[in-house]
Design a protein around this ligand. Structure first.
Ligand code: HEC
Length: 179
């Protein structure tokens, strides 16, 4: 009785084992990722000026970039086509719920550049050149009345732009989690 059960079980185990080995042989482990492939992921431009590419651009140049790549979702003048695509105007001092936009809410201009470079246009992120990102960032800041049409935006000038709501945040970075 005992042998009658063990032998079929053993046969099944051997059969299963060979299946597993075969499927392992077929696993494609791929090739190591190259430095070149990693480019485009390591994109962090910070308010301290680090991480910005060379080059620059103005709002006057950025209008064409915006009209072609952004207006379809953000409206011809940044008025948006839905609640979360409004990028011009807004008010943080209103009696009712504030309308937060790049212009009214974001504390650093560098974040506008950083966000656009990595995430926009939403349908084709990272498809713009660095020059185009500078230009269209300038255009959005210009539409918000923050810089002039011919203000050159580059690694140096970007971090010196005073955003309207720069003082609207409370620094709580000194508070650590309770242990
Ligand atoms: C296909 C639609 C689409 C296109 C095209 C597009 N965007 Fe956006 N964009 C969005 C959506 C949706 C959001 C909101 C995303 C979110 O809240 O997570 C957004 C958010 C943003 C924001 C942040 C707004 C905020 O206050 O949170 C910026 C800045 C921005 N887009 C810039 C651009 C620029 C510049 C272009 C053109 C180069 C562009 N977008 C093209 C859909 C689009």
């Amino acid at each position: 009785m005992y042998k009658k059960i063990v032998f079929p079980l053993l046969a099944i185990c051997i059969a299963l084992n060979s299946l597993v080995v075969n499927s392992q042989e077929r696993v494609r482990l791929g090739t190591p990722i190259s430095e070149a492939d990693l480019e485009g992921f390591d994109l962090i431009a910070e308010p301290d000026g680090s991480g910005f590419p060379s080059g620059g651009g103005t709002a006057r140049q950025g209008k064409a970039v915006y009209d072609i790549n952004c207006a379809v979702c953000h409206g011809a003048n940044g008025e948006g086509t839905s609640g979360n695509t409004i990028i011009v105007g807004g008010d943080m001092q209103s009696e009712g719920p504030p309308l937060r936009t790049v212009g009214s809410y974001w504390p650093y201009a560098s974040t506008v550049f950083d966000f656009i470079r990595r995430a926009m246009p939403a349908t084709a992120p990272k498809s713009l050149t660095n020059a185009q990102v500078y230009q269209v960032t300038a255009y959005i800041l210009f539409m918000n009345g923050i810089i002039g049409e011919d203000t050159e935006l580059n690694a140096n000038t970007l971090v010196n732009i005073e955003m309207p709501n720069a003082d609207g945040f409370v620094d709580r970075s000194h508070i650590h989690s309770i242990e």
